[in-house]
Write a protein of this length. Structure first.
Length: 422
């Protein structure tokens, strides 16, 4: 089936895009996208656009030729993860970047209560670093934390519309495994046992991956996305597949509009709509989103989360829906800055499949004195132009001292007169 963009492309070559003809012809095309001369004649009559016979022949050849090419491509059944033949390399000639990877240095252990709070929801808005310390010291179990977040997801989803699929069985099994490993002294790191949510363009085996779009509600893939695999390896617990605007556009999906938890009259923005909303509402410890152009930063701004949009070519997108092969990035949405660094350290680096990803190091050091950093910027782009002196009108002469005095007295008298009138 041809798309509307193809119609406009062909029509633009003939100078017809400013007329009604493309829209009328698009509406007339049969369900297989076939165009006939009779359709062109009818569309031209409706749009009141005269078209020479040779142009009609050109339109028929171009539009139906496109259709045959599209049909051939669709017949190949190319998988979503197959990259295009042209590879976009993010590394410019002569560019060098750090490749030596060092152990992550997180901040000192936060002060946590002597035991689990009576109401576990008191920790719902804790940062990853705080939750990690509770789980590491066995003051809170991964099972209890997972059940608490699952319950909150179920409670607030009817209002916020941020869940597409709960991965409850998978989550409970992972949480039990995490508690067993931690009890046995096999602690995997600060994400071990922490519940998280995935934007529903990440494939998870055994669960649907809808891309937020009607027509894909029951779509499933046989493999986990690389980011999901890496968070599994870090011991994190996937509790939900979260909403995204249809095909990664905005905050409206086939189930409605995802809402901002702090103002439910607003959408959460998108397209990482559910990732931002659920994190801001204290319904997951952290979430993974994606950004082509603003899809992490915009919902983070709207919902008040801390989002990190990594550099292109830093995190593998294998198993994620491709919107733009040369722009898509996967990254974390959290409640604190260090949380994003902890998550990014677990998901970055080549996977052997996404060929745009480079072996660049990410060495987080929470002890770094930020005052030693230097930021470069183009000064001229941030400076206002100097004010231009205003010239007095040519017919306005300079007042003498006597004239200025009289002018000021007249103004004062007028002001006193207004005061008496009031």
């Amino acid at each position: 089936m041809l798309d509307r963009r193809t119609f406009l492309t062909v029509c633009s070559r003939l100078g017809l895009t400013t007329t009604l003809l493309p829209g009328v012809l698009w509406a007339m095309a049969d369900e297989k996208g076939k165009i006939t001369r009779a359709m062109i004649d009818s569309a031209a009559a409706v749009a009141d656009v005269p078209i020479a016979d040779e142009y009609k022949d050109m339109m028929l050849e171009s539009l139906n030729g496109f259709k045959e090419s599209f049909d051939a491509i669709y017949g190949l059944h190319i998988k979503n993860e197959v990259a295009p033949a042209v590879l976009f390399d993010p590394v410019l000639p002569g560019m060098k970047f750090e490749t030596e990877k060092r152990p992550i240095k997180i901040s000192a252990a936060p002060a946590v209560a002597a035991g689990a709070p009576k109401n576990l929801e008191d920790v719902a808005f804790f940062s990853v670093r705080q939750l990690a310390e509770l789980v590491r010291t066995k003051k809170v179990s991964s099972v209890a934390l997972t059940e608490m977040y699952l319950e909150r997801l179920k409670r607030y989803d009817p209002t916020l519309h941020f869940v597409i699929t709960l991965t409850e069985d998978r989550a409970k099994a992972q949480a039990k495994d995490a508690d067993r490993e931690i009890a046995a002294g096999k602690y995997r790191g600060p994400l071990h046992g922490l519940p998280w949510g995935a934007k529903d363009l990440l494939a998870v085996k055994g669960y649907r991956t809808t891309w937020g779009a009607g027509g894909f509600e029951d779509q499933k893939f046989d493999e986990d996305a690389t980011v999901v695999q890496r968070l599994d390896a870090a011991g994190a617990v996937l509790v939900a597949k979260l909403t995204l605007g249809a095909l990664a556009m905005g905050d409206k999906w086939f189930g409605g509009m995802t809402r901002n938890p702090w103002n439910t009259k607003q959408g959460s923005s998108g397209s990482s709509a559910g990732s931002a909303s659920a994190t801001a509402a204290g319904c997951v410890a952290f979430a993974i989103g994606s950004e082509t152009l603003g899809s992490i930063s915009s919902p983070s701004t709207r919902c008040g989360t801390t989002g990190l949009r990594p550099t292109f070519g830093f995190v593998p997108r294998t198993g994620a829906m491709a919107l733009s092969w040369t722009m898509d990035k996967l990254g974390p949405l959290c409640r604190a800055v260090e949380d994003t660094a902890i998550v990014l350290s677990a998901i970055h680096g080549p996977d052997g499949h996404d060929r745009t990803v480079r072996n660049a190091a990410f060495n987080w050091d929470a002890t770094l004195d930020w005052r030693t950093l230097r930021v470069g910027y183009l000064k001229t782009d941030f400076e206002l132009p100097p004010p231009q002196p205003q010239e007095a009108p040519k017919d306005q002469k300079e007042l003498t001292a006597e004239e200025k005095k009289k002018r000021d007295e007249d103004a004062a008298n007028r002001a006193r007169g207004r005061g008496r009138a009031i």
